[in-house]
Design a binder for this molecule. Structure first.
Ligand code: ADP
Ligand code: GLC
Length: 483
């Protein structure tokens, strides 16, 4: 099958979150299974600087306010790419969506409409004389209009899949922007891309695609409710037969503690000793007291409301009062950044806060920590708990979305059955977080049980192999439908 991914991020070229990890890894897994999966990305400066073997494919005249060139290229990981080189839209350094002032860029609707439009033409066979797609697979609101544009091109057309990585980001724009998109006015209504008198890019993805997926089965259920649907619950429920949840994997070559160049020492299930060396190295590097017996907790996250880290900030006295340490790596809301920075200054040697985005440090933290917190209020899938499992770090997670699907709570029944790879808590409140922390302290003291939990996590299959197969089944089912 020939599959065209359309997305705004792809690891290791450009990344603000888990979307990039998925776009970097899933096409590789599909290719390994025998498919021809390619990714269309905006040619942001970071992408142009890092993509290999760039070659001009075609010129595109007047794409939403200027001319562009479509390049073919290859990611350092081997993924085949198409790059939309449209300097009037994408020649901006830094965050792909926001300006230096932290505000969304004013022309975001034009930028991502252009990406989607080019994705539709490319999938349809108009831009690469030698290639067209069987499946157009668009991701998140940035690619949400792709199937809408495709629906305007003549049949036969590729089948379309739209994946929601996070329903909180819906790509909503004032209705005055509709005229910039070059779509017929008949599409601006309730059964099209109109959303409460605004233009909804993510809504368009749901409406115009043959199938919608999201990144875990539990999140797929949550988004079909009033509470979790963020205004689109009714629509998603009405399309339930065309909505699936497939839990993400992680790239097990990028996240491999046996060969990871960011670690102080390699380790594995069979040779676990290196894990302790990473803990010491991490404590040294972050200025924490070097103490192998102090439970070392960590956070690697966007610091936002979604991630529930305000609750964790409140739990810091409890953590250090019980002999724990905490390493926080993240960036995001200024008040959360300030709260964790202040904690780091007040509790030197026990709390280390690093504000920023640091991929190698994220790897070392995963390797050196004993536990990772993911106390999210909602979490479509979450990837850091999967990396943690592979690196022998025990996840303490809120029982929501993909966290509920990937973490098995180590309660008494699970322990008796030889199961459990982490700790879940619910509801997402301060009190239940504290109770989860206390349960962790008890497990940590019980060395044999703790080592068994770690091992179970390290054994878990967190690769893309099974999820990629589920995507293939969806593609195949769509291709077997002729209408
Ligand atoms: P989300 O996409 O909602 O931010 P995920 O858990 O799906 O959450 O993915 C987050 C990804 O970004 C993971 O690969 C994680 O390791 C990485 N990450 C998050 N914050 C940082 C940071 N400050 N430095 C390095 N990597 C980070
Ligand atoms: C989003 C979600 C996260 C998910 C990621 C990749 O950023 O917030 O839960 O893991 O996309 O699908």
């Amino acid at each position: 099958m020939r599959v065209l991914f359309v997305a705004s991020e792809c690891f290791p070229l450009i990344k603000t979150g888990g979307l990039a990890d998925v776009i970097g890894a899933l096409p590789r897994a599909l290719t390994a299974a025998g498919d021809d999966a390619r990714v269309l990305l905006p040619a942001f400066p970071a992408v142009k600087n890092a993509a290999l073997k760039q070659k001009k494919m075609s010129e595109i005249k007047d794409i939403i306010g200027g001319d562009a060139v479509l390049l073919s290229a290859t990611a350092p990981t081997g993924v085949k790419l198409y790059l939309l080189d449209a300097p009037h839209l994408f020649d901006v350094a830094g965050n792909p969506y926001q300006g230096a002032d932290g505000n969304d860029r004013p022309d975001n609707h034009k930028r991502f409409a252009a990406l989607a439009k080019v994705g539709a033409s490319l999938a349809h066979g108009q831009l690469d004389g030698k290639w067209q797609a069987d499946i157009l697979h668009a991701h998140d609101w940035q690619a949400g209009l792709a199937s809408a544009y495709l629906s305007l091109l003549p049949a036969p057309r590729p089948k379309t899949v739209f994946t929601i990585h996070n329903l909180a980001f819906q790509g909503l724009f004032p209705k005055t922007t509709f005229g910039d998109l070059g779509l017929p006015s008949s599409m601006f209504n309730q059964s099209g891309l109109e959303y409460w008198d605004q233009v909804g890019f993510l809504k368009a993805g749901i409406i115009y695609s043959d199938h919608t997926t999201t990144v875990s089965p539990t999140y797929a259920r949550e988004i079909q409710t009033d509470d979790g649907g963020m205004g689109l619950g009714g629509l998603l429920k009405s399309r339930a037969a065309h909505v699936s949840g497939i839990t993400n994997g992680i790239d097990t070559e990028v996240w491999d503690p046996e060969v990871d160049a960011s670690l102080a020492a390699p380790f594995s299930l069979k040779v676990p000793a290196g894990k302790a060396k990473n803990k010491t190295a991490l404590q040294q590097q972050l200025g924490l007291e070097v103490d192998k017996d102090a439970p070392l907790f960590c956070v690697i996250s966007r610091l936002t409301e979604q991630k529930g880290l305000d609750l964790l900030a409140g739990a810091i006295p409890h953590i250090i009062g019980n002999g724990g340490q905490l390493a926080v790596l993240g960036t995001g809301d200024k008040d959360l950044e300030a709260a964790f920075q202040k904690a780091g200054q007040s509790h030197k040697g026990r709390i280390a806060t690093i504000i920023g985005y640091d991929e190698p440090l994220a790897h070392l933290i995963q390797a050196g920590a004993d536990a990772i917190f993911v106390p999210s209020r909602f979490e479509p899938c979450g990837l850091t708990q999967l990396c943690a499992l592979r690196y022998g770090t025990v996840p303490i997670v809120a029982r929501v979305g993909g966290l509920a699907d990937t973490i098995v709570d180590t309660n008494d029944a699970a322990l008796m059955a030889g199961a459990g790879n982490g700790i879940q808590f619910s509801p997402v409140t301060f009190d239940s977080l504290i109770a989860a922390i206390d349960r962790f302290f008890a497990l940590f003291r019980d060395k044999r049980t703790f080592s068994a939990i770690r091992k179970r996590g390290m054994k878990q299959d967190v690769s893309w192999q099974q999820p990629a197969d589920r995507y293939r089944q969806i593609y195949l089912t769509l291709l077997n439908h002729t209408n």
